[in-house]
Design a protein around this ligand. Structure first.
Ligand code: SF4
Length: 334
């Protein structure tokens, strides 16, 4: 099931880099049930530490970096981090996953100007987490009513042709009746909306049991309506994407439950505190922060990372019947 046998032969190409574990929304699927927010003040990694880590990973074959959180937009130095990572030789693609906050200015800058600043820092695309087109449901899922601001950020990005993908986790009795609303949105909006199945991680097991929703029925109905699957590009992830000539936008599916995709995985993940995880479902990470304090440590760092990659154990996404546990997703930045 898991790609580690493969990864022992080939280095990971895709680094998911969590730049903070703080967040400003509380999505119900990202926050462990009955947990209090993790607000213990700790010193998060600096742009220099992130860059040293990425430089070492690039020498081991990583070509694509996605900045994740918590919510990356809460870091005031996000552009500085991006700028520094984007200049690392070998990094071909730098993207960010955000709830929209990273696209919203904190000062008097306009949204389009702020997006241009992000683009100039080297970020070539944003994935925006937007689970619903219904304002009330948005607030129920996220604990904050920022629906119109997120929509404004999406509209502004489209206006300045900043590439976007929208991620929507579909949950039973929550937003599982919105396929038609999304199709209406995609008639005129040239973006890709990716529907994602809820995953039964530790901390949201009850939620999964109550709201897990297999998306095969949506995929099958779109195929019947003439949506055609698009061939994958070299750096594309596990999503299956579909297009239709009558729609400006595209639809993607990420189906960790219905269609196993871990066997194709070339990912690795690192946290804002210097822990490297071979998979977000790995219980503990490997701390390499002490090797990020000087560029003179690079060869030691590379050999430590090589060992971590080679030691990967068989894991992957827990299926509903599995007893595998992980930390809640926000801690690892999913
Ligand atoms: S869960 Fe994600 S990171 Fe882990 S093996 Fe599967 S695809 Fe890779």
């Amino acid at each position: 099931m898991f790609p580690f046998a493969t990864l022992k032969k080939q280095s990971p190409e895709y680094l998911r880099l969590s730049v903070t574990d703080n967040y400003n929304f509380r999505p119900i699927y990202s926050v462990a049930e009955n947990s209090s927010e993790n607000k213990i003040p700790r010193i998060q990694m600096s742009p220099k530490e992130f860059t040293r880590l990425v430089r070492a990973f690039a020498k081991l074959g990583v070509r694509k970096v996605r900045i994740i959180g918590g919510e990356p937009g809460v870091r005031k130095d996000l552009s500085e981090i991006a700028n520094s990572i984007a200049s690392v030789p070998g990094i071909e693609e730098l993207t960010v996953t955000t709830n929209g906050t990273a696209l919203l200015p904190t000062g008097s800058e306009s949204i389009p100007k702020h997006i241009e600043t992000l683009r100039a820092s080297g970020i070539s695309r944003a994935n925006i987490n937007l689970d619903t087109l219904n304002e009330k449901i948005f607030e129920a899922i996220n604990g904050r009513n920022m629906f119109s601001q997120v929509l404004n950020a999406i509209e502004a990005s489209i206006a300045v042709k900043f590439p976007l993908k929208i991620n929507s986790v579909v949950m039973k009795n929550t937003n599982d009746n919105e396929l038609d609303a999304w199709k209406a949105f995609l008639k005129t909006h040239p973006v890709t909306v990716r529907f994602i199945e809820l995953t039964p991680a530790h901390g949201n097991r009850n939620l999964y049991q109550q709201r897990g929703f297999p998306l095969n029925s949506w995929l099958n109905s779109l195929e019947r309506e003439g949506w055609i699957e698009i061939p994958k590009s070299e750096l594309s992830g596990p999503a299956r994407e579909f297009a239709h000539p009558s729609f400006a936008g595209k639809i993607g599916f990420i189906l960790p439950i219905s269609q196993e995709f871990c066997s194709l995985c070339t990912r690795i993940q690192a946290t804002n505190m210097g822990f490297v995880h071979t998979c977000p479902f790995q219980k503990t990470g490997h701390n390499v922060r002490h090797l990020l304090q000087s560029h003179l440590q690079e060869s030691e760092l590379i050999s430590a990372l090589s060992e971590i990659i080679a030691q990967k154990n068989s894991t992957g996404i827990p299926q509903p019947s599995s007893s595998l546990f992980t930390q809640n997703f926000s801690k690892l930045g999913n």
